[in-house]
Ligand binder design. Structure first.
Ligand code: UDP
Length: 319
């Protein structure tokens, strides 16, 4: 049985990757320090013999017993309010954590896939973003701690690949959504859903004309799985090219939830908020035969089912 270590296992993407790898017949070692992740996301896996959990901060030396075939490095605070509140941990997990895991991959002879981000493109001057665009990042702005940590992650991963011949993969992930996103992580989609369900104002930042392109989590996981099994070491964009303004997105969610008290309220635009973002996925199409399959409406419906339960429970707790 092939053995895979997944860091950030209790997070949104990490937990979906645990599910997928177990489904594919792997033995999964999930690692997390629960800084932003939650055991609720992997609770259902603890009863399985193919699953083990390690509570550990990967910024410190990482070791797991036995043979290791693959590492998926997905540990990191990933939403803007998280990395504003945890700037040092964000830098450390992207830099020191990645270094530790590359060292582990080298030691074990494992293949490692690291999670990079569309944030390496910063506030992009090229649209849509292709892998050969170098980006427009402010290193000392509020997002710098995440963006630069991930840029370092890419650099050190390529260094281990070129210098130590470690078998590496780099995925550049664009905005992704789905069940298990944290309701209070401050991102647009969970914020809009909880506000719409509660009948509050949906907080659109700026005039809402900035765009994002949202990928449903199952599509993303499929792309990552294919990239892991490919033989391509340079970065690959995985995301859904369907682009929408944040204002239209908020209105779409109001329409879907159908709470007559929900409405749009405008709030100040955060510093360095990227104005546009859309992946060019030509490379993923050619290399992996991959493209997203779940239309936004379908993905939003599935996510709504999840949030409905969650928001319901939270209001019950408060009552
Ligand atoms: N945004 C918003 N209202 C919110 C949260 C976010 O209008 O309550 C905007 C944010 O300014 C950005 C976009 O929605 O332009 C996506 O933000 P998110 O934090 O989801 O992810 P990002 O792509 O910025 O990392």
């Amino acid at each position: 049985m092939k053995r895979v270590l997944i860091t950030g296992a209790a997070g949104f993407l990490g937990s979906h990757l645990c599910d997928r790898m177990i489904q594919e017949g792997y033995h999964v070692m999930g690692m997390d320090n629960l800084l932003t992740g939650s055991l609720d996301n992997i609770e259902h896996l603890f009863k399985l013999r193919q699953f083990e959990y390690y509570h550990h901060d990967v910024s410190k030396f990482v070791h797991v017993p036995g043979k290791l075939d693959y590492i998926l490095h997905f540990a990191s605070p990933a939403s803007p309010i998280d990395y504003l509140q945890m700037p040092i941990q964000t830098l450390k997990v992207g830099a020191l954590g990645t270094h530790n895991l590359l060292g582990l991959a080298k030691d074990k002879g494992a293949r490692i896939l690291v999670a990079s981000t569309s944030e390496v493109y910063g506030d992009p001057l090229v649209h849509p973003q292709k892998e050969d665009y170098w980006g427009n990042v402010n290193p000392v702005g509020p997002r710098g701690v995440y963006d630069e940590a991930k840029r370092f992650l890419e650099a050190i991963t390529m260094a281990y690949h070129n210098f130590h011949k470690v078998d590496t993969r780099i995925v550049r992930i664009f905005n992704t959504y789905g069940p298990r996103m944290r309701l209070n992580d401050g991102r647009a989609l969970p914020a809009f859903f909880s506000q719409a369900i509660r009948g509050e104002g949906l907080t659109v930042f700026g005039d809402g004309s900035q765009t994002r392109s949202f990928c449903y989590v199952d599509d993303l996981v499929e792309g990552i799985y294919r990239l892991l099994l490919s033989d391509y070491a340079l970065p690959v964009n995985i995301g859904n090219p369907q682009e929408i303004t944040i204002l239209d997105f908020a209105e779409e969610i109001i329409g879907l939830v159908g709470n007559p008290r929900a409405r749009i309220v405008y709030r100040e635009l955060p510093e360095d908020d990227p104005k546009v973002r859309q992946p060019d996925i030509t490379l993923a199409r050619e290399l992996l035969g991959w493209e997203p399959k779940v239309p936004r409406r379908e993905g939003l419906m599935r996510t709504y089912e999840y949030f409905k339960k969650y928001v319901g429970n939270l209001s019950q707790e408060k009552a």
